[in-house]
Structure formats: C-alpha cells, structure tokens
Design a protein around this ligand. Structure first.
Ligand SMILES: [Zn+2]
Length: 273
C-alpha cells in the first residue's frame, strides 16, 4: 500500500514532463503536425496567420495549430515554408460541448446589458485586448508544455456553450478554477507580461506571451503581481485569485491562445485534468 501511494505520487510529474501535445482536431483543439526539414528556421501558416513551430530533434519539427471554437468542420490546410512551400492537411471533426445557464442578478446585471457609459469603456478596451492577443514574437518556449497555474478544482471546463440570463453568449474561452480570494496564481511556463491592467469584463488581468503566438491570459484576479514588460519564469506568482469584472464568485479564468485562437489549455498541460 505504501509502495503504491509513493508510485502514484511520483508518476504525474514524470508524465507531465514527457507527454507531448496530443493531436486534437476539434473546434477549440490543437492540430499537431510533424514534419522534417534541414532548414534552421522553418515557418508555418494557417489562413495566412503565423503558427507556433517547435524543434523536436534532429530534422523533426512540429507545428501547433489552434482551431477556432466556431471553425467549420472538414478538411483544413496549413503551409510550411523552408526552402520551398509545402501543404499539410488535417480534418476538423465535431465535438459537442455542454451548455451552461448562468443567472446574473443585482449589480451584476450590468454585465448582461451594459449601459452607454459601460459600452464606451468596453469599446475602448476592445482594441487593447485584441492587439495583445495578436502579438507574435519570435522567441519559443523551452519545452512547449504548461504546468497548472493554481491548485483549485475546475469549475467550468473549456468550450461550454453559455447563456447569461437566457441570452446566448460566446462559448467559454478558458478553464475556470475555483479558489479562495488571495490564493496565488503561478505562471504555467516562461513568458513575458504583454498586458497588465483592469478591464470591464475581465477585471484585473494579465496576459503572458510564451512566444510565436502562444499567449496565456489570467482574468478576474484580485491582485496583479507582475508588471507590463516583466520576464516571468515558470512557477512564478503573477497574481492572486479574485472576482473582479464579470464573475459570480472568486475564481481564475485561464485562457490560452495559439495563432490568435483560443484553445483548450488542458491540451498543453500534457494530460487531461
Ligand atoms: Zn471562465
């Protein structure tokens, strides 16, 4: 019995460090495309958008393609550029995400039907948030895999189809972890803070750039403990759990982008949680 529990304790660490990203070609998933080249700096594109490309070993390289949640099903093509241009295909297949109905009352109603002043604020924040998501830096993550940002349980999975007070809104674009206000949030990988601020829907938020269009976002935080432009190491505390912005209780909303497309963060953690 003792032996077994020791074994269970050690296995997850090993698994996390070694399991590569799984090819998951569903809306909100990640297509993993392997290719060979002698070139030292190959590039890849999907719908003209640059993609995350990583070196595996020797001549083996890999492309990670973020598939939009609202992507049409069927055959898709990416282009790989080294000394020439090649095409690679993948097939997006159906995935039924579950539905969730949320009721917002009292002062939280402003998040369902914001008034004019709030609309002005939302409009002015939109380009700030979207330009942060569009950043494509040439640096790469050391290993391309994430660790968990908090210890809490997942309360809302990625991709839920959401209805606020009966009105359909866009699907859930991240993972929600429950947690006490003030609990630490740790960077899942090395990165750089490309946005740190307070926003209408997101509340206190931090965006981390992990290179080549891989961006992770931390929303509804109580405190921001990292500053714009700061370099962050994996495991470093960047803020604390809170319920600022459109949140019905203290939690972390964690979102991950690849090629400006929100994807399921679990796919980059090396295992399903
Ligand atoms: Zn959320």
């Amino acid at each position: 019995m003792k032996k077994l529990s020791l074994l269970l304790f050690f296995i997850p660490t090993i698994v996390l460090a070694n399991i590569p990203v799984k090819n998951t070609t569903i809306p909100g998933g990640i297509a993993v495309i392997d290719f060979e080249t002698n070139h030292s700096n190959p590039k890849a594109f999907y719908n003209n958008m640059p993609l995350y490309v990583q070196h595996i070993k020797d001549q083996s390289w890999q492309v990670l393609v973020g598939i939009p949640l609202l992507e049409k099903l069927g055959k898709k093509t990416i282009k790989v550029q080294d000394t020439s241009t090649r095409s690679f295909n993948f097939e997006v297949t159906e995935h039924a995400y579950t539905e969730q109905y949320i009721t917002l009352k009292g002062k939280n109603k402003k998040y369902v039907n914001p008034n004019l002043a709030h609309m002005d604020r939302i409009k002015s924040e939109r380009p700030v948030l979207s330009s942060a998501r569009k950043i494509f830096s040439t640096d790469a993550l050391s290993d391309g895999l994430f660790t968990r940002p908090v210890n809490g349980v997942t309360t809302s999975p990625f991709g839920l189809k959401r209805f606020y007070n009966g009105q359909a809104r866009r699907p859930h674009t991240g993972l929600d972890y429950a947690g006490d206000t003030g609990s630490p949030i740790k960077a899942p990988a090395n990165g750089k803070v490309i946005l740190a601020g307070e926003f209408f829907f997101n509340g206190n938020a931090i965006f981390l750039d992990h290179g080549q269009g891989m961006i992770s976002v931390y929303i509804h935080m109580n405190e921001r403990l990292a500053k714009q432009g700061q370099q962050i190491k994996q495991g470093e505390v960047i803020g604390t759990i809170g319920q600022t912005g459109r949140a019905t209780g203290p939690h972390l909303h964690w979102g991950v982008y690849l090629n400006q497309t929100v994807v399921n963060p679990n796919l980059l953690m090396g295992k399903e949680l």
